[in-house]
Design a protein around this ligand. Structure first.
Ligand SMILES: Cc1cc2nc3c(=O)[nH]c(=O)nc-3n(C[C@H](O)[C@H](O)[C@H](O)COP(=O)(O)OP(=O)(O)OC[C@H]3O[C@@H](n4cnc5c(N)ncnc54)[C@H](O)[C@@H]3O)c2cc1C
Ligand code: SF4
Length: 290
């Protein structure tokens, strides 16, 4: 299946206006972790927080709604959140940990849970994995190069970055700086060209912007825990939902097309690399199929 296994798919957004203001899309990640913290489902969540350098994310262990709000929004470069999981358990002493990650990061965590080499006491403390959809990611130097050199925008002035409708946007508040996404090709991380997962198929809950209108998110609930935590957050009024039907535009058709497109394109690249004798991560084959 191009979407992986899931229980339910919905159009959703956070009801809190403070979260809506700072979040990338519907604020699902920030709202769901805030709810899980308040309810004691988790004691902390590893998220991509700000660092001293603009747009360079630093994994932080968020222990409050304020910490989560500080870390909201997408940074289009790697945030090694998985790294900080050990710290959350060992240094912070947390027994119940949440984290957010791109599909590859969620895959890494699931591998760690199955084969917990030197992470035995970390793996069983992970209680809520939120995956974010991801077509590709950029090393920071690449991101900086195309924003500053191609778009002629100073990274310090950028308030939000976004990808949508075939364009890369770097908002500065004054004008909508954008370039066709095609012009960012070649800047992406090389491993993204063999990546087989678009919608974070192994997460407890996965979410992204594609499929739903601006300010809303597409959400898949996948595991029993993910489904029940998400439903409880909806019942508590923290998240509002709409059925993912024909009234929601652009809808699941576009998401399906993008997910299949990613799998097909990257499978071809994987086959090309295999022919050249280059290694492909184990298990990827299962994901290219749908
Ligand atoms: C590299 C990248 C590519 C993406 N590509 C797509 C796409 O093709 N299609 C699509 O629909 N959605 C894509 N997304 C997801 C989308 O941009 C939003 O992250 C998602 O919709 C969640 O929005 P939200 O409003 O619920 O989250 P928010 O409430 O704004 O919270 C976002 C959370 O993600 C964390 N985060 C931010 N950047 C990173 C990062 N680089 N790595 C790990 N965690 C991070 C933040 O710390 C925060 O906790 C991409 C995200 C990333 C990081
Ligand atoms: S495209 Fe795949 S490998 Fe690249 S960052 Fe996204 S999930 Fe990870």
């Amino acid at each position: 299946m191009e979407f992986g296994n899931y229980k339910e798919v919905l159009c959703a957004r956070a009801t809190d206006s403070k979260i809506q203001e700072v979040s990338q899309d519907g604020g699902i990640v920030t709202a769901l972790f805030s709810y899980a913290l308040e309810e004691g489902i988790i004691e902390g969540a590893v998220v991509a927080g700000p660092s001293d350098e603009p747009w360079v994310p630093k994994p932080v262990i968020a222990m409050s709604k304020e910490d989560l709000i500080d870390a909201a929004g997408t940074k289009y470069t790697h945030s090694p959140n998985v790294w900080a999981l050990k710290e959350a358990v060992r240094q912070y002493g947390l027994e119940k940990v949440g984290t957010v990650g791109t599909p590859c990061q969620i895959m890494g965590i699931r591998k760690m849970q199955v084969y917990p080499f030197s992470t035995r006491f970390v793996a069983d403390k992970l209680k809520l994995l939120i995956g974010i959809f991801c077509m590709e990611n950029f090393p920071f130097a690449s991101l900086e190069t195309f924003v500053e050199e191609k778009m002629k925008v100073n990274m310090d002035d950028v308030t939000k970055m976004d990808i949508g409708k075939g364009k890369f946007f770097a908002y500065t508040g004054e004008e909508d700086n954008k370039i066709p996404l095609k012009q960012t090709h070649g800047y992406e991380q090389a491993s993204c060209n063999v990546c087989p997962d678009y919608v974070a198929e192994l997460a407890d809950v996965s979410t992204g912007s594609v499929g739903t209108p601006d300010g809303w998110s597409t959400v898949f609930t996948r595991t029993d825990d993910g489904d029940s935590i998400f439903k409880a957050a909806v019942d508590a009024g923290v998240i509002e939902t709409k059925p993912m039907d024909e009234n929601v535009k652009p809808g699941l058709g576009l998401l399906s097309k993008l997910s299949k497109g990613k799998k097909d394109k990257n499978k071809k690249e994987a086959e090309r690399r295999i022919k050249m004798g280059l290694p492909i991560p184990a298990g990827f084959d299962n994901f290219y199929k749908y």
